[in-house]
Design a binder for this molecule. Structure first.
Ligand code: AMP
Ligand code: MN
Ligand code: MN
Ligand code: MN
Length: 273
């Protein structure tokens, strides 16, 4: 089971069909495609998936809480994932990302690091544009020598071309997901420094779980969030956060020491409830 990965519907480098085919080849039985602010890749992944692989419609929503970015994973049962209101709202978020990209492009030019915006728009092909697209464009333009440098010098918080996504309070997004019959989990809480009081506050808004298992969480972090989930009556979720190649992580069950078997049944029970 892998509950967090990306495709060309946002900043992944493989198409949704390729991601589904790869996941099946790796022996996965449950995969959620969770592109940034969009469910647009899910249909293609479902079409490509063999009967042995269940595709769970998912999305990684960019939100803000206490002045910083929080990524909220949301999953929907198949019969709830086609809700027009859900898609309309996410389409507005993707439109906002497109406008944000224009502002980032302007700021990069002003900072002496112009990029080929049209090439990015062609690559994204109407899908969700992220800072990962910008980082790849900066690499192609020769302004940086490594992907990570884009965030350290230009587009990370506090840097000259940083532009946040349109505001959406995490608690409101949690309520939005719940109102559409979905379940939600805070993505990579250890990386973003999410505190227990913050998890408790979001749990009161209807948060379903925390992503204890993420490749960038060390064992101690995984343990801490598993314990927090248990004590607060929340689900434990996990995934590879795979973005295709080149990448340090793998699509599939290899998350830290492996996604424990006890994650799967409670997750699917909550999803299908
Ligand atoms: P956005 O949602 O447009 O702000 O872009 C966020 C995406 O950019 C993340 O999902 C990652 O794929 C990538 N990203 C953000 N920060 C970093 C970072 N410090 N290092 C590498 N990739 C990053
Ligand atoms: Mn990403
Ligand atoms: Mn994320
Ligand atoms: Mn992600």
């Amino acid at each position: 089971m892998d509950l967090h990965c990306h495709s060309t519907a946002s900043d992944g480098t493989r198409s949704p069909a390729e991601v589904a085919t790869l996941a099946a080849a790796r022996g996965l039985e449950v995969l959620s495609l969770t592109d940034h602010d969009t469910l647009a890749g899910v249909a293609e992944a479902k079409e490509a998936a063999p009967a042995s692989l269940r595709i769970v419609p998912g999305v990684e929503i960019s939100t803000q809480h206490n002045g910083r970015g929080v990524h909220l994973l949301a999953w929907f049962r198949d019969d709830r994932a086609d809700d027009p209101g859900l898609h309309r709202h996410l389409a507005e978020r993707v439109d906002g990302r497109r406008r944000r990209f224009d502002r980032i492009t302007e700021r990069l030019a002003a900072a002496g690091a112009p990029i080929d915006a049209q090439a990015v728009l062609d690559e994204a092909d109407g899908q969700s544009i992220t800072r990962a697209h910008v980082a790849r464009a900066l690499l192609r333009a020769g302004h940086i020598g490594a992907f990570q440098e884009a965030f350290d010098r230009f587009i990370g918080p506090g840097k000259p071309a940083f532009v946040p996504n349109d505001p959406w309070a995490t608690a409101d997004a949690v309520r939005f997901v719940a109102a559409h019959g979905g379940i939600s989990s805070i993505a990579h809480p250890g990386i973003d420094g999410i505190t227990r009081p913050e998890v408790e506050e979001l749990a009161r808004a209807g948060l379903s779980g925390v992503e204890a298992h993420h490749p960038r969480h060390v064992r101690q972090t995984r343990r801490r969030f598993r314990k927090m989930a248990r004590e607060l009556g929340l689900l434990v979720t996990g995934g590879s956060d795979w973005h295709g190649h080149p990448t340090a992580t793998l699509l599939g069950p290899t998350v830290g020491d492996g996604l424990p078997l006890d994650v799967r049944a409670p997750f699917l029970a909550a999803l299908d409830a």
